[in-house]
Design a protein around this ligand. Structure first.
Ligand code: NAD
Length: 306
């Protein structure tokens, strides 16, 4: 089988001056893509800025014979990042929303500033950058968009309520973009990475930290962005050379009234609680129409009486 290449494609990687974004940028460039290396260059908490981070990665790519342009805008000005791609390369085919910061604090200690900073970079930044790229991708009939979520978003993590909320927010964003872009070959998927970076050096055990190289996740992101990959609206978790799909499942549930003419009561909820929460016969729900179809069936049962 032939190598998967990105010749002629333009990839915008946000937060590509370090960590995962840098690994993505180097891989895309080594496979022929022209890469916009975006990075604001601030500290891990989103304070300050510097051009150095993006410049270093651009130089690495150029020294290896690839093509890259630096962009120093914040993702909160996402339209400017996409303008950099269009101005330099005339198009944008791939967008990896990767830029990120942390302001970890337990819920009672999260200031409004900490909340806003996290929502702005992760959620609003992904929205702004994607919104700018989306019409271009739709018009050309090709686009691959990646949102970056986190285990903290999917599962929760002590001290990261602000970050968890934003990281689950990008899952919702991806779900709808996948629906709005799908027919025009503009696909949007979510990566949930675990990798060594400045954001994880204090939380991962040192032995594990050494093993979790960002370069092990980059091929997963690159494959999702290849035109031969038809995956759309999917969450992929990846770490240490492993990748797997995550999905929302729903239990079969239980009726908390016997007939459409009856009302529901707290006691019936209590009595049916084991059915409501029984996940042994749970199944995935892939779309809102699929979820609504179940509702129609439920209404039928209630009309007929259970
Ligand atoms: P990192 O700090 O090494 O890289 C993030 C980059 O984003 C930095 O270079 C930073 O300067 C840049 N950035 C920050 N704010 C920006 C802004 N407003 N505009 C443009 N650039 C900005 O961290 P990383 O671990 O490589 O994280 C990359 C992404 O992966 C983040 O979204 C992070 O939340 C997510 N993530 C990482 C892990 C992990 O295990 N490393 C786990 C889950 C999610």
């Amino acid at each position: 089988m032939s190598d998967l290449r990105f010749d002629g494609k333009v990839a915008v990687i946000t937060g590509a001056g370090a960590g995962l974004g840098r690994a993505y940028a180097l891989l895309f460039a080594s496979r022929g893509a022209k890469v916009v290396v975006n990075d604001l260059g601030g500290d891990p908490h989103g304070r300050g800025s510097a051009q150095k981070a993006a410049d270093i990665v651009v130089n690495e790519i150029k020294q290896a014979g690839g093509s890259a342009t630096a962009d120093y805008n914040s993702v909160t000005d996402g339209e400017k990042i996409i303008q950099t791609a269009v101005k330099n390369y005339g198009r944008v085919d791939i967008l990896v929303n990767n830029a990120g910061i942390l302001r970890d604090r337990s819920l009672p200690k999260i200031s409004e500033d900490d909340w806003d900073a996290i929502q702005n970079v992760h959620l609003k930044g992904s929205f702004k950058t994607t919104q700018a790229a989306f019409p271009i991708m739709k018009k050309q009939g090709y686009g691959r968009i990646i949102m970056t979520s986190s285990g903290s978003g999917l599962y929760g993590n002590f001290g990261q309520a602000n970050y968890s909320a934003a990281k689950m927010g990008v899952v919702g964003l991806a779900n709808t973009i996948a629906i709005e872009g799908g027919a025009k070959n503009v696909y949007c998927n979510v990566i949930v990475p675990t990798a060594a970076s400045r954001l994880t050096k204090d939380v991962l055990p040192p032995e594990l930290f050494q093993e979790l190289k960002p370069e092990l996740i980059a091929p997963v992101v690159a494959y999702l962005c290849h035109d031969s990959c038809s995956e759309n609206g999917t969450i992929i978790e990846s770490a240490a050379g492993w990748a797997g799909k995550s999905q929302i499942f729903r239990s079969k549930g239980g009726l908390i009234r016997k007939h459409i003419t009856e009302s529901a009561s707290i006691e019936n909820v209590r009595n049916k609680w084991s059915d409501i929460t029984d996940m042994t016969t749970a199944s995935p729900r892939n779309s809102l129409p699929a979820a609504l179809a179940d509702l129609t069936e439920t209404m039928e049962c209630l009309r007929n009486g259970t």
